[in-house]
Design a binder for this molecule. Structure first.
Ligand SMILES: NC(=O)c1ccc[n+]([C@@H]2O[C@H](COP(=O)([O-])OP(=O)(O)OC[C@H]3O[C@@H](n4cnc5c(N)ncnc54)[C@H](OP(=O)(O)O)[C@@H]3O)[C@@H](O)[C@H]2O)c1
Ligand SMILES: *[C@@H]1O[C@H](CO)[C@@H](O)[C@H](O)[C@H]1NC(C)=O
Ligand SMILES: *[C@@H]1O[C@H](CO)[C@@H](O)[C@H](O)[C@H]1NC(C)=O
Length: 346
């Protein structure tokens, strides 16, 4: 009896000191609380991601314009732009197609008019020329139209990854002129009509290059970061006027620009990408906490969320350096290929 009581007392004492030393001090309790809170926030954020990508529907496109209203798409004749045009036509919008090559525009306009009962207008212009008379023509064209959707899709990247100091001046100028000036000028032509009608949607194609500083694509990366800031700011300006502005974030998609032909879970076709983008208007997808921005395609969304939530963040030096070695590799391969092709043709 005496022994067992003694043993119990000792055990009790051990328990007591254990609890006291490791769990009961206010500091450890505070850390435990912070840890649990942090983990709960991550888990909650993950469920928001899953709901946004896979469960919740986006705003219906019909909210932005009556039947018979128009959608303007820049860079519309190929890749992602062509898909925006086709899918918006299938939803009953009349379409204005803008890009460089008239013959490609004519072919697509004919295809759209054959498939869908909508009207189609085209304008061939080179955004790199930044020619006032082109923008005047576009202005005249859209003046009479009830434009309810603008897709700022036109964009140019570097032909191959290249150190900034060695980038041809022409390439630097074209990227900034097309990606930034082109987008600003077209939006300035079209937004006032939307504000007057108190309705509309402006989508702008960005790129992970704009979230993650991208060595060897520095100018492209900067131009897309510009679009991110501009679009989020514009969204706040136009929201009180009933116009929705959304930046569409994307990692790689199969196209002439990415030079990737085979699709995979991580690299969707333009068709898959645009279906996600148009189906998730108003949803953040993987772009949680970034105002008026969406990363709508599921695998891109998870990647965006993981970079923002589970790494030290996209602006971290380590994250940037990993990307740099990747692009140095791509550049080496591209230069070797150019050399081989050069030898073949000579
Ligand atoms: N593909 C990707 O992996 C990826 C990833 C992230 C973001 N994005 C963005 O998505 C957008 C579309 O990319 P994409 O891959 O679909 O490109 P793409 O396949 O190269 O198509 C570009 C389109 O723009 C037109 N275009 C090119 N230069 C032009 C110019 N100077 N003036 C007028 N039109 C011009 C082209 O038609 P013409 O040749 O007839 O002019 C074509 O219709 C871009 O803003 C890009 O930055 C793409
Ligand atoms: C702009 O386009 C017009 C009409 O196509 C042309 O006459 C003019 O020379 C162009 N301007 C420049 C600066 O290229
Ligand atoms: C790396 O490079 C690609 C373009 O090739 C870019 O889109 C991406 O944002 C960069 N960052 C990471 C972490 O992949």
């Amino acid at each position: 009896m005496a022994t067992s009581q003694k043993m119990a007392e000792t055990a009790d004492g051990m328990m007591h000191s254990l609890t006291e030393d490791t769990w009961a001090t206010p500091t450890t309790q505070l850390f435990a609380f912070i840890g649990v809170l942090w983990l709960s926030l991550k888990v909650f954020s993950f469920w928001r991601l899953i709901a946004s990508l896979f469960i919740l529907p986006g705003t219906s496109l019909s909210t932005f314009g009556k039947k018979g209203s128009w959608a303007v798409i820049t860079g519309a004749s190929d890749g992602i732009g062509k898909e925006y045009a086709l899918q918006l036509a299938q939803k009953g919008f009349n379409i204005v197609l803008v890009s460089r090559t008239q013959s490609k525009l004519d072919t697509l306009a004919a295809e759209i008019q054959r498939m869908c009962k909508v009207q189609c207008k085209t304008l061939a212009m080179d955004f790199a020329a930044n020619n006032d008379s082109d923008f005047a023509k576009l202005k005249q064209m859209v003046q009479e139209l009830d434009v309810s959707i603008l897709v700022n899709n036109v964009g140019l990247s570097h032909s191959i990854p290249v150190p900034f100091a060695e980038t041809p001046e022409r390439e630097v100028q074209d990227i900034i002129t097309i990606n930034c000036m082109g987008t600003l000028r077209v939006s300035q032509l079209i937004a006032p009509g939307m504000v007057r009608r108190k309705n509309g949607l402006i989508l702008t194609m960005a790129s992970f290059g704009g979230i993650l500083p991208t060595p060897l694509l520095a100018t492209y990366s900067g131009s897309k970061a510009f679009l991110q800031q501009w679009s989020s700011a514009l969204s706040s300006e136009l929201a009180p006027h009933g116009v929705k502005v959304q930046l569409v974030q994307s990692y790689l998609v199969t196209s002439a620009m990415s030079k990737i032909r085979r699709s995979s879970a991580m690299v969707p076709t333009p068709k898959q990408f645009v279906r996600a983008a148009l189906g998730k208007i108003g949803r953040s997808g993987g772009a949680q906490g970034v105002a008026a921005t969406s990363t709508p395609y599921w695998a891109h969304g998870i990647m965006h969320w993981a970079i923002a939530t589970l790494t030290p963040g996209p602006m971290n030096k380590y994250v940037i350096d990993v990307n740099k070695s990747m692009h140095e590799d791509i550049r080496k391969r591209a230069l070797r290929k150019a050399e081989r092709d050069g030898k073949k043709s000579s």
